[in-house]
Design a protein around this ligand. Structure first.
Ligand SMILES: [Fe+2]
Ligand SMILES: [Fe+2]
Length: 219
């Protein structure tokens, strides 16, 4: 079966990820390109390993994470569904076995916060890895007065880490937010839904999602 490494070295897929990101760049979104998908892939792999996925499922989760945002190439709305169809065609052409292929496609299709249903563990891990990727370095270069609320909140997140504690079955998202750059309430205004989804996804994995912002434990 094709590996994540091979996909990461596939120039056509790199072009697709970059083109999808260019589309969102034109709309003024934060980075959804190689920088974002690499972070999500690394986080998804880490979570999958720590919670005890088999090596084959760790690889599948990482592949779903790497490809999860390619659907933005056709537009933001329904990008999770478009991405799942694109991934289906790409992986089928690369000889991916159908049973594994279907699981990757379901995870990609399920990652959108408004349309996604968490029906399996692979989708749950992808959602946690994706929705937790909030950080300063995702903000594109633009002048401060042009920042929208997403830019402001991401820009204010100086530090972000995702930790899995197997012993207590907890998944922690620790953030340091510069409240001068953006009030913590702004974070909740745009990310409450994503945090609730992380909570739901963690529950699916029989873990508890914990959120710490600065020195306050919020969940
Ligand atoms: Fe997405
Ligand atoms: Fe994403």
């Amino acid at each position: 079966m094709i590996t994540l490494k091979e996909l990461q070295n596939n120039q056509d897929i790199i072009v697709l990820i970059e083109q999808a990101d260019m589309y969102l760049s034109a709309l003024g979104y934060t980075n959804h390109g190689l920088d974002h998908v690499t972070t999500v892939t690394n986080r998804a792999r880490m979570v999958a390993e720590k919670i005890g996925f088999s090596p084959a499922d760790v690889e599948l989760t990482s592949i779903a994470a790497y490809l999860h945002d390619i659907g933005n190439v056709t537009g933001r709305e329904n990008h999770s569904l478009a991405g799942s169809i694109l991934a289906f065609q790409i992986l089928l052409k690369l000889g991916f076995p159908m049973s594994e292929l279907c699981r990757v496609v379901t995870a990609i299709a399920s990652h959108d916060e408004y349309q996604g249903e968490i029906t399996d563990n692979l989708s749950a891990v992808l959602i946690i890895a994706d929705k937790s990727d909030v950080r300063k370095t995702r903000v594109r270069e633009k002048i401060l007065t042009e920042f929208d609320i997403h830019d402001r909140v991401n820009f204010a997140v100086q530090f972000s880490e995702l930790i899995v504690i197997e012993a207590s079955k907890e998944i922690w998202l620790n953030l340091s937010i510069d409240s001068q750059a953006s009030p913590v309430m702004d974070y909740f205004e745009i990310f409450l839904n994503r945090m609730l989804l992380c909570k739901k996804a963690s529950r699916k994995l029989h873990y508890t999602f914990r959120l710490k912002i600065n020195d306050s434990i919020l969940y």
